[in-house]
Design a protein around this ligand. Structure first.
Ligand SMILES: [Zn+2]
Length: 338
């Protein structure tokens, strides 16, 4: 796959919600040669503009891919040197138990559980991080209250073009937008804002203010979506390797039918494999763009991912490429409605 090394670099960068700087600088570096304008807002969203022609049907399109990943924050350092943590985003205690985490300053640790993990249910209050400190005084040499830590999960190739890594949610979307930006030569009718948002995992906090500033005609969230083709989660239709997912509905948004239809048209014209996405849990930046200003027509482009929200997310390179191609085609689509 073209530029796969960049996807790997993005997945391995540190970008726990609220602390996206490392990811943002990689994206800024990659976007610079292709952008008409790049700005960073007060929240840390990176807003990259590529202008279109002077078409009478010009639309302002805002793509939003969140840079942040789920993780934890130190809330107490215990006398024995272990660290109590709180959630930054939705973590499943079972998947992080006995696993490694990394702090932004490079300090590493292992997540343990006070008592049995079965009794902990999904209560992060029962978890602690062991960085190998002798006691609290020793621990404070390496970490302090408020330090964020994220998952460790190297980038691996599996069979049938599948990859496994931490933070596929949502470095896949960041990579897709960068690819689509590279493909945009400015000959399309639309002004396209490629927005790399912050704090999506904390409740889509970044994309709303960015949309207020941009006031797009159309908002498109570019993200992952849970797969339903494996025994963990069968209640849905998303399948890995069956093409990019065109969002129809999730609990936070009902996509505009004209946007869904335009995406299907793009897929048919460009022979991009796609599937429709309807899920009954989760949400994306589409919801906050939808409710911004006086309301915005929105849609979503997603990649079906197994084991989301852990260190071992699995997705298909073919779906990832298909999503980038759909973003590129949609950016150039001529919208003839009002
Ligand atoms: Zn996401």
């Amino acid at each position: 796959m073209r530029n796969e090394a960049l996807l790997e670099e993005l997945t391995q960068a540190f970008g726990v919600a609220g602390f996206e700087g490392e990811v943002r600088e990689i994206i800024r570096r990659e976007a610079q040669p292709y952008a008409d304008e790049i700005r960073e807002d007060a929240m840390g969203n990176l807003i990259v503009l590529k202008k279109g022609t002077d078409s009478p049907n010009k639309k302002r399109i805002m793509f939003a891919a969140h840079m942040d990943e789920i993780g934890f924050m130190v809330k107490k350092i215990l006398p024995d040197g272990t660290l109590l943590i709180c959630n930054l985003g939705w973590n499943w205690a079972g998947s992080v138990y006995n696993e490694r985490v990394r702090f932004r300053n490079g300090v590493t640790g292992v997540v343990g559980c006070r008592g049995s993990i079965e009794d902990a249910k999904n209560d992060v209050k029962k978890l602690f991080v062991d960085i190998g400190a002798k006691d609290a005084e020793d621990a404070k040499k390496y970490v302090r209250l408020g330090d964020p830590c994220g998952y460790m999960g190297p980038y691996l190739h599996m069979q049938n073009d599948l990859i496994c890594s931490k933070s596929l949610d949502n470095r896949i979307g960041c990579w897709q937008l960068l690819e689509a930006l590279r493909d945009n030569d400015g000959s399309g009718p639309n002004d396209v804002y490629y927005v790399f948002t912050v704090q999506e995992e904390l409740g889509c906090r970044g994309s709303g203010p960015a949309a207020e500033a941009i006031r797009p005609d159309i908002g498109v969230a570019v993200d992952i979506t849970p797969a339903h083709d494996y025994p963990c989660d069968l209640e849905g239709s998303n399948e890995v390797g069956k093409g990019v997912a065109v969002k129809v509905c999730d609990p936070s948004v009902v996509c505009d039918e004209r946007i869904v239809s335009a995406m299907e048209t793009c897929c048919r014209q460009m022979e991009i494999p796609y599937q429709l996405e309807v899920i009954d849990q989760g949400g994306t930046d589409a919801s906050s763009m939808n409710l911004s200003h006086y309301g915005v027509r929105v849609g979503g482009i997603a990649v079906a991912t197994r084991y989301p929200h852990c260190q071992s997310c699995v997705a298909s390179l073919k779906d990832i490429e298909a999503g980038a191609r759909l973003c590129a085609a949609f950016a150039k689509h001529e919208f003839i409605w009002g």
